[in-house]
Design a protein around this ligand. Structure first.
Ligand code: 13P
Length: 267
């Protein structure tokens, strides 16, 4: 039996004061749902403060990205050791907004890549996180064009195979994988629950092929992409979906609490 996991990815939102207000507004409701694992991933600037506020609760904090070296001349980067030092339990890796092929400024004439995360750097980040006992949340998912071309399974299989290359299966019990179809992120265009369940089941099968059946049965596979209070219940009722990676709706304390409640009622 896998415990449901709901993760709020705040992306580049909230000042410190806003972060504190959001956590304080949802704390009582979310912390009451002890049958659901919950994590909040604020921007780096609020990580330490949010962790301090949540210290005596079961809610954990996660980072949205990481660099793979422990320290050094890497201007602007944050290491797994630094995340571990402030009590980070999770870290998102391979989000479609940080993978290189989407990391372009959204103006027609620009070809400026601003993150350029590759399959190889995703693998390096996962190894470095595991070394610090931080649980990676590995994001995979296809674009609209790839779905139209019937490539969903091939894209996801490749993403998983390169991200997990050389990782010891025994370390994968601490993983979560998030299926985030790119076309569903921030669009309000949620993937149909049955289809999300099918793809999450496919991801579990690929993990089983790449590692072993026991790991695949234990690993948590989340769905992300326009999860809202109104659709969370149906998504979390699906047998292959073990929770959600929530963007926009996690910014509002009331919406996020309702999503956590939905996971609890389907625990
Ligand atoms: P939305 O919930 O805003 O669609 O974002 C999903 C996401 O990218 C979470 O990582």
């Amino acid at each position: 039996m896998r415990t449901k996991l709901v993760v709020g990815n705040w992306k580049m939102h909230k000042t410190l004061a806003e972060a504190v207000a959001t956590v304080e507004a949802s704390l009582r409701w979310v912390d009451a749902r002890r049958d659901v694992d919950v994590a909040i991933c604020p921007p780096f600037t609020a990580l330490s403060k949010v962790r301090e506020l949540l210290r005596h609760t079961h809610i954990q904090v996660g980072a949205q990205d990481v660099f793979w070296k422990d320290s050094g001349a890497f201007t602007g980067q944050v290491s797994p050791a630094m995340l571990s030092d402030i009590g980070c339990a999770y870290c998102i890796v391979g989000h479609s907004e940080t993978r290189g092929r989407f990391g372009k400024l959204e103006v027609a004439e620009s070809s400026l890549g601003y993150f350029a995360e590759s399959d190889h750097t995703i693998n390096l980040k996962i190894r470095a996180l595991l070394f610090q006992s931080i649980n990676p949340i590995l994001c995979v998912g296809e674009t609209e064009a790839e779905r139209q071309a019937g490539q969903t399974e091939a894209v996801i299989r490749n993403q998983l195979a390169s991200a997990l290359e050389g990782i010891d299966p025994s370390e994968m019990y601490f993983f979560a994988v998030a299926y985030e179809p790119v076309w569903a992120i921030g669009t309000g265009n949620t993937c149909d629950a049955a289809e999300a369940n099918r793809v999450c089941g496919f991801i579990r099968q690929v993990i089983s092929d790449l590692t072993d059946a026991d790991v695949a049965q234990n690993i948590r596979i989340l769905y992300g992409g326009s999860v809202k209070p109104d659709n969370a219940d149906e998504l979390f009722r699906q047998p292959e979906i073990d929770g959600g990676l929530v963007g926009g709706a996690s910014l509002d304390p009331h919406s996020f609490s309702r999503i956590v409640m939905a996971a609890g009622s389907n625990a």
